[in-house]
Design a protein. Structure first.
Length: 213
């Protein structure tokens, strides 16, 4: 009844859908731009191209190279520059790695495909918790502070204020624009201290504008 399941290419297709679904579920659960269906299709597409390369006279390495190139364009599409940060890098890396899993499955190395899928899920879920633990010990952010006027004394006053809250400020640059002075700082410290100082900065009389995005 299920003799059709003995077909190796079909097994590769079904397994690539399963592996893509496992990783895609984790991405969908975290509401990422490349979610459940997208990751499945990436894994499946890589498997299909790998299987197609084995049906013809084209060398496997050429197909693999073209898959990597195509996935590079797809991954670049989910990376975007925010106002102060670059976002989407992890999602792009997931797309790239999922394509690799699909290629492995296409070459009928199912055990390795399962292992790689498991490793990806562990990295995406467990390692995020490790990142959070590290952030509680050491956290870095870039902030933009605009002062009410162009008095340079505000810089030292603000830096001393940060040190009082157990935050280490490193001035990256300053800009004079009209009647205001803007400074860019990279601040480091415990996450809870940075959150507290954010609220305290808003209450400073000599601060005209503040950005911590």
């Amino acid at each position: 009844m299920f003799e059709w399941l003995e077909n190796l290419p079909l097994q590769s297709v079904l397994l690539s859908i399963l592996c893509g679904a496992v990783v895609g579920f984790e991405r969908e659960f975290k509401n990422k731009s490349a979610g459940f269906r997208t990751i499945i299709l990436i894994c499946l597409g890589s498997t299909i191209f790998t299987l197609a390369s084995r049906l013809g006279n084209v060398s496997d390495d050429r197909i693999a190279a073209n898959i990597v190139t195509g996935i590079g364009f797809l991954g670049a599409g989910v990376i975007f520059q925010g106002k102060f940060t670059v976002q989407g890098l992890t999602t792009a890396a997931v797309i790239w790695a999922t394509a690799g899993v699909g290629m492995i499955i296409g070459f009928e190395n199912y055990t390795l495909g399962f292992i790689l899928t498991f490793c990806m899920v562990v990295i995406l879920s467990l390692f995020q918790k490790i990142e959070s633990l590290l952030a509680n010990i050491y956290f870095a952010r870039t902030i933009h502070v605009t002062f009410q006027n162009i008095e340079v004394s505000h810089l030292n006053e603000f830096e001393n204020f940060m040190k009082e809250h157990h935050i280490k400020p490193q001035r990256k640059g300053i800009e004079k624009k009209g009647a205001h002075l803007t400074a860019v700082y990279e601040i480091t410290g415990k996450r809870k201290n940075i959150r507290r100082v954010n609220d305290a900065i808003i209450a400073l009389d000599y601060v005209y504008a503040f950005n911590n995005l």
